[in-house]
Write a protein that binds this ligand. Structure first.
Ligand SMILES: Nc1ncnc2c1ncn2[C@@H]1O[C@H](COP(=O)(O)OP(=O)(O)OP(=O)(O)O)[C@@H](O)[C@H]1O
Length: 303
């Protein structure tokens, strides 16, 4: 089976502080996984703040180079310095969707102008009628249209509409892969599911794979095919989303699941996480261990 995206032994270290107080941060350590070329999927990266999700996403997008390891897209490496033309071709294939749509758009620029510059850059279109058609097609895919968006500034739309427009912008080059970093966390709760369902329909109807980054187990459970759980830079569990989340095995995965607020627990006044669970999960931080195969197909880090 050939891979659309292959991440192989990827690590990223940041150096912080001055000469005397130099400190290394291992943001991502030895991450490996692949997204298949033929079966579009939603592949989710779950972890708490600081677990390395965004750093991994930035490396996949080519915004950050790995310290070691290799990232390849359709068999071609993208984790080393590449030419401008190669970079543009790669960017057309792997498009980002960011957390805050109000930051993704320039507040002083009309939304259609922003979409138009993406169409000019990636599709090399020049005629206004061609540009309009490309923009409208992309907007229709997210339930909007050019007529609705034309002439409007970002502040004239709701967060949910703007996130849709951001996804439409990402779809203009017809990428096979989107990298969506917490795409619903800044959207009003009442509109969140419509964006989550949109990601599903991009997979099911358009065959687009999505790397979905989140700390929210419920939406991850709802839309993911496979997922990885990251703890302080390391993948601790990986596999079919339902298999892992129904019955998490790694102590950190179990802690994450146990920390989700349930109304039943709240009603019974049981809101504190079991301190033993926290101690157990924290004790494993920094220990390398290795990922072991389980009979149900998942991988779990063992020590
Ligand atoms: N440019 C940088 N320079 C130094 N340290 C960094 C840099 N970017 C990230 N880090 C550190 O790497 C670790 C992982 O950060 P990262 O942002 O990838 O985590 P995250 O899981 O995406 O968290 P969040 O959900 O808060 O965005 C953190 O300890 C962070 O402080």
């Amino acid at each position: 089976m050939s891979a659309l995206l292959d991440i192989s032994g990827v690590s990223k270290q940041f150096t912080m502080g001055g000469v005397l107080s130099r400190k290394m941060v291992n943001a991502v350590q030895d991450a490996s996984f692949s997204i298949n070329l033929d079966t579009p999927e939603i592949f989710t990266i779950i972890g708490e703040s600081g677990s390395g999700k965004t750093t991994l996403a930035r490396m996949i997008l080519g915004l950050e180079l790995p310290t070691s390891g290799e990232i390849s897209f359709r068999g071609k490496t993208v984790s080393h310095k590449v030419s401008r033309a190669e970079r543009l071709a790669f960017m057309a294939n792997v498009q980002p969707v960011f957390q805050n749509p109000f930051e993704a758009f320039n507040p002083l620029k009309r939304i259609d102008r922003y979409l138009e510059s993406t169409a000019k850059r990636f599709l090399k279109l020049r005629e206004q009628s061609d540009l309009d058609r490309a923009m409208d097609e992309a907007l229709q895919k997210v339930g909007l249209s050019l007529a609705e968006v034309k002439g409007r500034f970002p502040h004239e739309m709701s967060g949910g509409q703007l996130q849709r427009a951001a996804i439409a912008r990402a779809l203009i080059p017809n990428p096979p892969l989107l990298v969506a970093d917490e795409p619903v966390s800044m959207v009003d709760a009442s509109l969140r599911m419509s964006i989550v369902n949109l990601l599903r329909s991009l997979r099911d109807d358009l065959g687009v794979s999505v790397i979905y980054i989140t700390h929210d187990l419920a939406t991850a459970y709802y839309i993911s095919n496979r997922l990885i759980i990251m703890q302080r830079g390391r993948i601790v569990e990986m596999g079919d989303a339902r298999t892992v989340l129904d019955n998490p095995e790694h102590p950190y995965s179990r802690l994450l699941k146990a920390s989700v607020l349930s109304t039943e627990d709240a009603g019974a006044g049981q809101l504190a996480t079991d301190p033993e669970m926290v101690t157990l999960a924290n004790a494993l931080i920094g220990q390398p261990g290795h990922l072991a195969d389980r009979p149900d197909g998942r991988l779990v880090r063992v020590y």
